[in-house]
Design a protein around this ligand. Structure first.
Ligand code: FES
Length: 98
């Protein structure tokens, strides 16, 4: 179990939640939207279980890899491409492989 951390994008263009998740037997970084789409609670400090980030307000769970809501259909969070290089974490709206 871990926690998500909300960080700002550069140039005041928004923010996202960054976290370590367990996916397919490996630990990796993931980044998703910083606000729960249910009732707009911040996901800063949200508990991460496996690959799911859990909103503290009502417990909705979101898959941090796909962005899908695991609790109720019709909700979801945007996901972002992310990687770390030393102490720096890079997050992008686009895929880093493109
Ligand atoms: S505000 Fe996140 S589950 Fe309700």
């Amino acid at each position: 179990m871990g926690r998500a951390k909300v960080v700002l994008f550069g140039n005041d263009t928004g923010e996202c939640a960054v976290m370590y998740v367990h996916h397919n037997g490996e630990q990796r970084l993931a980044a998703c939207g910083s606000v729960c789409p249910h009732q707009n609670a911040s996901l800063d400090g949200a508990v991460v279980i496996g690959s799911e980030i859990v909103c503290a307000r009502h417990g909705f769970r979101f898959d941090a890899i796909s962005g899908d809501c695991c609790t109720l259909g019709g909700y979801g969070v945007p996901i972002f491409s992310v990687y770390a290089d030393g102490d720096l974490v890079y997050v992008s709206f686009m895929d880093f492989d493109e």
